[in-house]
Design a protein around this ligand. Sequence first.
Ligand code: PEP
Ligand code: CO
Length: 410
Amino acid sequence: MFLLVWLPRSIVMDKVFELSWHPNSWTSYPFTHIPPYENMQRLYSCLQEISNTTPLIDVDSINLLSQKLFKVWNREYFILQAGDCAEKISDHDEAIVVKKVSFLRELSDIIQDVYSPLLIGRIAGQYAKPRSTPYEVRSGNALPSYFGDLVNLPEYDSNVRKPDPQRLLLAYQAAQKVLHHIKKLNKESEIASYLFTSHEALHLYYEGALTRRSEKRWYNLSTHYPWLGMRTALHSLAHVEYFKGISNPIAIKIGPTMTVNILMRLIDKLNPENLPGKIALIHRLGCDLINQILPAWISYINQNKRNVIWVCDPMHGNTELSPNGIKTRYVDKIQQEIISAFDIHNSYDSFLNGIHLEVTPYDVTECIDNELVCEKDLLSNYCSCIDPRLNPTQAKQIMQLVKNKLLEVR
Ligand code: PEP
Ligand code: CO
């Protein structure tokens, strides 16, 4: 009795929750960014069907990734994590997957002779998106926002914007096909260009249905490397609860509104044993704020001896509207954030272990470089359903910069 009174409440509660964790224990916590479904019975029957399917990823390949991530932490590998902002369910044909994977390999090859790359795609499941508003209003009419192909479709039409549970099954089938092609490519390739998969584990109903037990541990078997998005890391206890129970390596997106206290609590909750490689912090601060915020975070993590991998996402803090009102990113700001990230880590006794990009192998005009793509060109081939991606010329230029910075700091 004395012990119970004396122990801080959170420790007692944590112990209780540890014993009671299961893939759906998150439903007892408040959550955000999971869409409401009109017919919950239909949702549950689709989830039941997914729970009975073969999982998408095998435990051995997740454990292989964990070993590689230990080496990333040890500065033996450098992460390139890249792909679409929002993947389309229809992008499952072999030719498309080959194009995407070959392009990612081409990007990682750029740094190959300076650092061994660890290639991770935003692929085979990047189908769910957090949105700043639940509704999109056009001419006084409100429809649910587009939450990614897992939930609804981007066309502004009430028939396809209503969250549809059947889409969870479609997403599962699409991911299965994409993974089939990736596995084939991985088998044919050198171990150095092996591609692991990642996505934001946002839709916890879907993730829970693909979370399975193996040798007394729980794994998310929808992807190798799930990440906790910036919005849910900060505001959704349910997402934190879910991530606490899985044995996959985990990445956490952290933006300017994160505080060091919350960050430390998150790290300790998700990696209580302080295992090197288990947690990656993906900072996405923007080219100005990175200089004000990142030094304090690094100092805090170093002083408190938490083992983390540091990754820079130079995309999400640099999203803005062009003067003609189109969502874009300026390549020079992306470059500036990368340079600052390497330099700050270097001067604060730390090391940048990876880069996180939104890219496409197609010649889109979504980011502005003021050479091939100017403001006036944005609409000529703007295809992204959510965030603007680097086209091949821009992405290669960015990787060249990463290579030069790696040469400087290694
Ligand atoms: C994303 O990676 O597409 C995304 C929404 O990121 P963040 O959580 O960092 O905003
Ligand atoms: Co994005």
